[in-house]
Write a protein of this length. Structure first.
Length: 538
């Protein structure tokens, strides 16, 4: 028999008193009432059963509500939580940004504005423009979203890579004083337009060519507006750009010297040299937090990542100035490039681990690894990579993470849930399943099946924790006065259907989804509304 101490008695007494207060009858004027659901309020506290009354776009009452409403949702047997906030997203909403991930594909922007693949995961807000890719014309983007509508709430980062390429192209050098000032002006414009902060992709050209001091200068502009610094660090474990430990310390230094909160993007210890370093990485991050640095991280719940093939197989000197295809044809460099590619492939756990996701030039190879394509062509995996990059720029899925280390990072209280996905065109390519199932997978596999986390911990990591980092004062909790971004899901049916082999499948189990008080998912089906809005930095 389990024994209860005085401490336990005190805690359970408080919970009992809380349930009594929730049971008092409330009357009022409501548009919508959610009745009888088990509420996980996003704070990490234990759940409770209550009704939620909504008037307009806000939660106005939580308790036992006797009043009627225009719409009543029977949530008995379901779980109720704040809508999920995808802190690391790459969705795009305009024609001039759509080619970032789907090179050469013509996709229908009207359909992509719905962002249906995230609605079916229970996501109500995304933060886009990560890894240095975000445009600086935030004011124009947000005006477009207000004019044409969007399926969920959108926050936007300004991308360092975008700024650098605009000002300096793909050159591997330091900026002149004039060029640095121009980039600072662009950051200022973005922040005044409502950007939430600055993102970097220091793993990618042209961001990888920037020194730490350049990023600090730009982040100081963000500081003036209360923004954040989100970074794809230089090295996530392949030890080709200084090592993962040095990369984490650089991110911490930027945050400390610029005075801005730091978000480590898609926290991982990757590849043959990175695996095994999760605890050392966590120690570095936690020492910084103990010194008072506002530091968070996000993570997708998978053992594979996804990016461009060139980013995986090419050293950055090969990509300098964007002229890697010309270097492929240089007889004096061919052997050096081939050996370099072979080494990089092995550091990413081998040619069988790198799988084509989207490649318009040769769609029949999508879903095949470099090893499999090499066997078809009777050439080495390095030669396969060169041939593919001569034809175009494939996106790839890369299996490179230790499952135990994924779980280790997931349990950290400063690690938020993310997808690192985007509003993928349905049916195009064989993209990473995280685009369709990151949030539902975490609940199904890591909460309900493996019990790595409790339900309240997992919901906090997707709601109040990112809201805290973003300084979102009216979202991320089920709380009176907060905006009604609310998710109702069936714990018996919630699951991600998307797989690596067949990714274009929507998640199941999201019964109802409210965005800004508007019913967007009704009994598991999208209602056809565009209830989202751009959210400006505050």
């Amino acid at each position: 028999m389990r024994k209860f101490s005085c401490h336990h008695f005190f805690i359970y007494s408080l919970l009992f008193l809380g349930m009594i207060s929730c049971s008092s009858s409330i009357k009022g004027d409501f548009n919508l009432i959610i009745r009888g659901g088990k509420i996980y309020d996003g704070s990490g506290r234990k759940p409770f059963i209550a009704d939620i009354g909504i008037k307009g776009r806000r939660i106005t009452s939580i308790g036992r509500i006797k009043s009627e409403a225009d719409l009543i949702i029977d949530a008995r047997g379901f779980y109720v939580s704040p809508g999920f906030i995808d802190i690391h997203n790459h969705s795009f909403f305009t024609e001039d940004t759509q080619l970032v991930f789907f090179v050469g594909e013509k996709v229908e922007m009207k359909e992509l504005r719905i962002v249906k693949n995230f609605l079916y995961q229970g996501v109500t807000t995304i933060v886009s423009g990560n890894c240095g890719t975000g445009d600086y014309k935030i004011k124009e983007l947000f005006a477009d979203l207000r004019r044409n509508g969007v399926g969920l709430n959108v926050m936007q980062l300004v991308g360092h890579g975008t700024l650098r390429e605009k000002v300096m192209g793909m050159e591997d050098r330091e900026p002149t004083g004039e060029e640095l000032e121009k980039m600072k002006e662009m950051v200022e414009e973005a922040m005044q337009g409502g950007a939430v902060g600055l993102s970097t992709g220091l793993f990618y050209p042209p961001g990888c060519y920037a020194k730490t001091e350049e990023i600090i200068e730009l982040a100081r502009v963000v500081k003036k507006y209360g923004g954040i610094y989100a970074t794809h660090v230089r090295d996530e474990g392949d030890n080709l750009m200084g090592g993962i430990e040095a990369a984490m310390r650089e991110a911490i230094r930027i945050g400390e010297e610029a005075g801005v909160p730091v978000q480590i993007s898609h926290l991982k210890a990757a590849g043959t040299l990175g695996q095994g370093k999760a605890r050392e990485v966590a120690r570095i991050l936690e020492e910084a937090r103990a010194r008072g640095i506002k530091l968070y991280a996000d993570q997708y719940p998978y053992t594979a990542g996804s990016t461009y093939l060139s980013a995986i197989v090419l050293d950055r000197w090969i990509m300098s100035d964007g002229k890697y295809r010309e270097r492929f044809e240089d007889p004096s460099l061919k052997e050096k490039i081939r050996k370099s590619i072979e080494e990089r492939i092995e550091r990413y756990t081998g040619a069988e681990s790198i799988v084509l996701a989207n490649f318009k030039e040769k769609p029949t190879w999508e879903g095949k690894s470099l090893k499999e394509i090499g066997e078809i062509l009777d050439v080495s995996p390095a030669e396969v990579a060169i041939q593919l990059l001569k034809m175009g720029e494939p996106s790839v899925v890369v299996f490179m993470l230790d499952p135990e280390e994924v779980e280790y990072f997931m349990k950290k209280p400063y690690v938020m849930t993310s997808s690192d996905g985007l509003n993928v065109p349905f049916g195009i390519g064989i993209p990473h399943p995280r685009n369709y199932g990151a949030f539902t997978r975490k609940i199904q596999e890591y909460v309900l099946e493996k019990r790595v986390l409790s339900m309240e911990e997992a919901i906090r990591a997707a709601t109040s924790l990112p809201a805290e980092m973003l300084n979102l004062r009216e979202r991320g909790l089920i709380k009176e006065g907060y905006i009604a971004d609310i998710l109702v899901f069936d714990p018996l049916r919630i699951r991600d259907k998307s797989t690596y082999e067949n990714p274009h499948q929507y998640s199941e189990g999201i019964q109802y989804l409210l965005i800004n008080g508007v019913l967007t998912i009704d009994r598991g089906k999208y209602t056809g509304v565009l209830a989202g809005e751009p959210i400006e930095r505050r």
